[in-house]
Each structure stands twice: as C-alpha cells, then as structure tokens.
Design a protein around this ligand. Structure first.
Ligand SMILES: Cc1ncc(C[n+]2csc(CCOP(=O)(O)OP(=O)(O)O)c2C)c(N)n1
Ligand SMILES: [Mg+2]
Length: 523
C-alpha cells in the first residue's frame, strides 16, 4: 500500500482518488480482468467503500439509492459493454430520477481494441444514449481530469448518470495526475420573469394547480408548497418521484394519479397548471383512444422551471410574490390499529404505518400492491419515500441496499412485487455481506398481477393458455424464504395480517437485513 505514496499514480489510481477528492464514498462493483487495476486502486483508497454486487443491475440500482440519500453521486465499476448492458435498466431508472451517478466502465487496452477480442463492443455507442455525459480516458494523463469532469457532469444541467470509460492500459500505466478540483454545479435559481408570469396567471385562474418534483419534495420545499396551498393553489406531485419527505409534521400534497382516465377525472375543471422541478405530465402508456398528455383541454400550462431547477426555491419565490402569509396544515400523527384477518395490501399498509421507524427510507417497487402502503403511511412517523421513476422494475432491492449503506443508523424498508424482486434478488447477498438494516417485504402473489390488469385495460382480449403462462409465476412457485436464506438474509413467511404485523415489528427491532414473504391474493 505504501508504494502509492512513493511512486507515480496509475491512471486507475488517479481516477479513483480524484472521485474520492470530490466526495464519492461508495463504489458498487462487478469487476473483470480489464478492471484489475481499478480494483487495486480501490484497495488503496480508504475514502471509498467498495461493495461487490453479483449482478450489474444491483450495482447501478444501489448507486442510485446511495445518491438519493447523500445527494452526491456514487461510482459503479462495470465490465466493458456487457457489464454496462446488464446494469442498463437501473441506469435508465436513475436517469428518470435525475440521480447523479458515475459509471466507470473498464475497456480493453486501446491497442487491443483493433483485434476485436470476444468482449469488445462499441461501448460509447451502447452507453451514450443512456448517459448525460460520456468520455473515454484513452490517455493516462487525462484520467484524473476526466474523473473530475465526470463528477461535475453528473450534476447536469439536468442531473443523471455519466459514463467514464477506462481502457486497461490507461488503468495500469503510471503517469496519472489528480484532476483539478471542480465546484459542485447548483440547480438553477428561480427565474424572476417566470415567477411574475406564474403569479399573474394564478390571479386570473379559477382552479389552478402546481405540479412539483425535485427539491420541492424536501421538507424545505414542502413548507413552501403549504403556503401555495393556503393561497388557493392545489399542489400535486408527479406520480413517481426519486424521494419525498412525508408523514407527521410535513405538508402532504396530492399526487398525480397513475391511470390516465383517473388523472383526467381528477384534474377536471383545472384551468391552469404550473410546473416546478419536472415536466408537463404524460400518461405512462398509450391506450387506444385515450390522451397521452395529462392536461385538460382548456387548461393553460406554464413551466416555471424543469428538473434542472431548484423547485423549492421556486415555490418560495412564488408564495412571496403572491403574498402568501398562511400555510396549510401539515399531516398529523395518526397510526392505525393492529390489522387482523386476511393478509392483503391494505393490512400490510396498516402494519407498515404502525411500525415504520422515524427517519426511515422506503424503497417502493411494490407494483400493484404498493399504493395502499403509500396511502396509509401519510400520517405515519416522518420518513422518506423513494419510488421507481423509470418504470423498469427490479429497482427496489438494489435501491434499498445503496440507501441503507448511505443512511447508516436509519432503517430502510423495501416493498417489492415478487416478479420485480426476481430481476435483482442478488441484492440480498450484498445486503447480508454488508449487514445493512433493510427490511424487505416481498408481495408474493406468484403472478405478474398488474399485467393481468393491463391485459383487460388495453382491450387485448381474454387470456388464453399462453397468456396465462406469460403472466403467471406459479409453476413452479418460488420459495422466497429459501431464496433469501440461501443468500444469507433471514426470512419468514407471513400469511395472515397478525403474522405479518408481528414479523414486521420484529424485523425493525433486530439489526441486519430481513425478508418477509407476504402472501397476498393473486386477483
Ligand atoms: C425491466 C422491465 N421488464 C418488464 C416490465 C414489464 N412489467 C411491468 S409490471 C411487471 C410484472 C410485475 O410483477 P410483480 O412484481 O410480481 O408485481 P404484481 O404485478 O404482482 O403486483 C412486468 C413484467 C417492466 N416494467 N420493466
Ligand atoms: Mg407479483
């Protein structure tokens, strides 16, 4: 180890130490031969905690969760184009969450590329579309500076995942220099003209709403949202968001509905939609004969600031301009009683509301069973809710892993569909190894239940044998307790509301990771 102080840095060491200089504290890794010098560089860098993930989708989801908690990007270490592709779905989700992330992708040595070895691929071509910035450190002298540039670029203008390719010869060659220190880019401050225009539009509107996301969903932002609500503006969040503070003592905005027809009915009569920290709302999917844009026909829209902006500051500036003096009340503390009888999403939601510890994080990949838990925890102890923003399921467990590593001393609850959890169940192994305080609740219905619902909604017809096979997970049934215990995470089955309530209370009270297989109806 001491030799790194006496000899010149390798390119890998320059990259890793530069990221550490910029506050990167975690690396979620699945290395290969081309990354061996990155591995030893991480060995020499005590400021970065390296975590082995047994599938790249776990690494990228964990990096997202870590950054959602800390606000600073985490690093991933991915093996060439193939490793990047395995991590792709959760990189997509991170991009949709506007999460900064630094994907370090090992590549072949530059002189080796022309021989088209088996693992060779066009990484710039594969990773480019899913990266807000991408470069390859082809020369050792550039490795440190490019690491600093990558860190800065992950903050935007719109924050998201960046990709930095590190060819093996850059990694192993000496001559690496630390990158010059960069300033952390700030979110865009409110635009005075747009605030004035928004205030004027509000004064002329009968039924205004403001759609919010980003920093507006922090306690600071929600306190300003409460002023707008008291001033007569309905406050709505996006359907899915990276992170929101909620529970007792915090103003609870409404939430855009998921299904287009529900959202349009909910917005009926709205004549002004302001947007802060997000985009004009669109339906998740198209359906025959249904609208794509979720704005009523005669409703004016005004984007005060997109995801590149500090939406909390926008809400404050707008409330000031409107002269808003009062604030709508925050949510009270109101915990449900002990649920009894059959186990379902509602009784699970009640148990979660009862037992969710103050200051905990929830990672929600609950698919068709997630909404009741969300709705029933609005008056629970204060906590933070993190959602699947990009629709690519299999994010819940990895996100919880990364969040728990970042939020030491705070509990993390992961709620996940059984189908969703199967994409990245290897996260359990890393949870066991790292000893993180994550309680995983798997909604075991042995079904892609939501797709059975969608089959009916899209008018695709009645399911036959093949459709039933493509949407059902019951043949064979997955034993979640065995799957979890095989990876070192203690687990129990729960088939009644009482069993689940007791298991959840126990899991929160006992350190380390847990899994509860919650058996819920398939229909
Ligand atoms: C990466 C990815 N692949 C496929 C899908 C399509 N999809 C949406 S929901 C779903 C099934 C979810 O099943 P489960 O997690 O068991 O939840 P349930 O529907 O039973 O509530 C699938 C496959 C997706 N959203 N993302
Ligand atoms: Mg399911």
């Amino acid at each position: 180890m001491a030799d790194t102080h006496t000899r010149a840095k390798t390119g890998a060491e320059a990259l890793v130490s530069t990221l550490a200089d910029h506050g990167v504290t975690a690396c979620f890794a699945n290395p290969g031969t081309s990354e061996m010098h990155l591995v030893t560089a991480l060995d020499h860098e005590p400021r970065i905690h390296s975590v082995l993930c047994l599938f790249e989708g776990v690494a990228t989801g964990a990096a997202d969760g870590h950054a959602r908690v800390t606000g600073n990007p985490a690093m991933t270490l991915l093996h060439l184009g193939a490793g990047f592709l395995n991590g792709g779905a959760n990189i997509h989700n991170a991009r949709r969450a506007w999460t900064p992330m630094i994907n370090v992708i090992g590549d072949h040595a530059v002189p080796h590329l022309r021989y088209d070895a088996p693992l060779t691929s066009n990484i710039l071509g594969l990773a480019g579309p899913n990266s807000v910035w991408i470069k390859s450190a082809d020369r050792v002298a550039d490795a440190g500076n490019l690491a600093a540039e990558a860190w800065e670029a992950s903050f935007g203008p719109v924050p998201g995942p960046v990709s930095l390719l590190l060819p093996a010869d850059t990694a192993w060659t000496e001559g690496g220099k630390p990158g010059a220190k960069r300033e952390r880019p700030k979110l865009r401050a409110p635009d005075a003209d747009r605030i004035a225009a928004a205030a004027q539009a509000v004064r002329g509107a009968m039924k205004p709403v403001i759609l919010i996301n980003g920093t507006a969903l922090t306690p600071r932002g929600l306190a300003q949202a409460a002023r707008l609500k008291a001033a007569g503006i309905r406050v709505l969040t996006d359907t899915f968001f990276a992170r929101m503070a909620r529970g007792a003592g915090i103003f609870a905005p409404d939430r855009m509905q998921y299904f287009a027809e529900g959202a349009m009915a909910d917005l009926a009569g709205t004549d002004l939609m302001l947007v802060a920290g997000t985009q004009v709302p669109v339906a998740f999917f198209a359906y025959p004969g249904r609208p794509s844009v979720l704005v009523p026909e005669d409703c004016a829209t005004l984007i005060i600031g997109g995801p590149e902006s500090d939406s909390a500051a926008i809400l404050g500036a707008l409330a000031d301009t409107l002269g808003a003096k009062a604030s709508a009340d925050p949510a009270p503390l109101d915990l449900p009683g002990m649920p009894t009888g059959a186990l379902n999403a509602a009784t699970i939601g009640a148990s979660i509301a009862r037992h969710l510890p103050e200051g905990s994080f929830v990672s929600d990949d609950g698919v068709s069973n997630g909404l009741p838990a969300f709705m029933m925890t609005g008056r629970a102890r204060p906590h933070e809710w993190m959602m699947l923003t990009g629709g690519a399921i299999g994010q819940g467990l990895p996100l919880a892993l990364g969040a728990a590593l970042a939020a030491k001393g705070r509990k993390v609850l992961c709620i996940s569909g059984d189908g969703a959890a199967m994409y990245t169940n290897q996260a359990l192994w890393s949870m066991a190894r790292e000893g993180v305080d994550v309680v995983n609740v798997i909604f075991v219905n042995h079904s892609y239940r939501i797709l059975n619902i969608e089959l009916a909604r899209t008018g695709a017809g009645n399911p036959g044998r093949v459709a039933e096979n493509l949407l059902g997970l019951a043949r064979p049934e997955i034993d979640w307790v065995k799957l979890s215990e095989a990876q070192g995470v203690q687990a129990v089955n729960a088939a009644t509301a009482e069993e689940f309530d007791a298991a959840l209370e126990r899991a929160f009270a006992t350190p380390g990771p847990h899994l509860i297989a919650a058996h819920v109806p398939a229909r």
